[in-house]
Design a protein around this ligand. Structure first.
Ligand code: NI
Length: 198
């Protein structure tokens, strides 16, 4: 057996290449049992692993690829309490306020008001559909960031909606479970034709 030894500079280079090779992950669709299972909390030790950091990068890449505004780890078949979210210029949600790229690990949310607001939601795991979902208007969020640091902030309106949607995923729920009834459930083509107000 022979061992090929690279000079240290090349070893570093190959390591960097590996770490920065991001991947678009396969998204689980409704019916896959992983979406209905509560996800497991993540330990501080696990957060430090390069493979864990790569999973987060891949989740961000996957969310961007499919024009999502949020993605939970169980949607990419990893039953762990991780969610990523970002609302930039987004083709699926063109009229929504911006939300910076955020990584939430082991998130907890607390409603700050009993006031609920209804608005449209879609989900990468439930393609082609939209429905109106009531959500708390304002919430306090506690989580760890991708470096394991404590994160605490208040989110309102669409920002709060996205976080509640992802938090539901981490608890095995999808937005259909939160709809008062299914009468507004609509395919995207019909959404554009009958529901989208100009
Ligand atoms: Ni979703």
């Amino acid at each position: 057996m022979t061992t090929i030894r690279f000079p240290p500079s090349l070893q570093r280079l190959s390591c960097l290449c590996y770490e920065h090779r991001m991947a678009i992950l396969k998204v689980a669709r409704l019916g896959h049992p992983v979406l209905r299972k509560a996800t497991a909390p993540v330990s501080l030790r696990e957060i430090q692993a390069p493979s864990f950091q790569k999973l987060i990068d891949d989740m961000i890449e996957t969310m961007n690829e499919y024009d999502g505004v949020g993605l939970a780890a169980d949607q990419v078949h990893e039953s762990k309490q991780i969610a990523v979210l970002e609302v930039a210029a987004n083709a699926r949600y063109p009229d929504k306020p911006k939300v910076p790229l955020t990584v939430l690990i082991n998130p907890k949310i607390l409603p700050l008001t009993e006031e609920m607001e209804e608005d449209w939601e879609g989900c990468l795991s439930i393609p082609e559909l939209r429905g109106r979902v009531p959500r708390y208007k304002s919430i306090r969020v506690q989580a760890l960031d991708r470096n394991g640091q404590d994160l605490e902030f208040i989110a309102a309106d669409f920002h709060a909606r996205v976080i509640q949607h992802e938090w539901d995923h981490l608890n095995g729920k999808v937005y259909l479970d939160r709809m008062g009834d299914l009468s507004t459930l609509t395919f995207l083509t019909e959404f554009a034709r009958y529901w989208l107000k100009s």
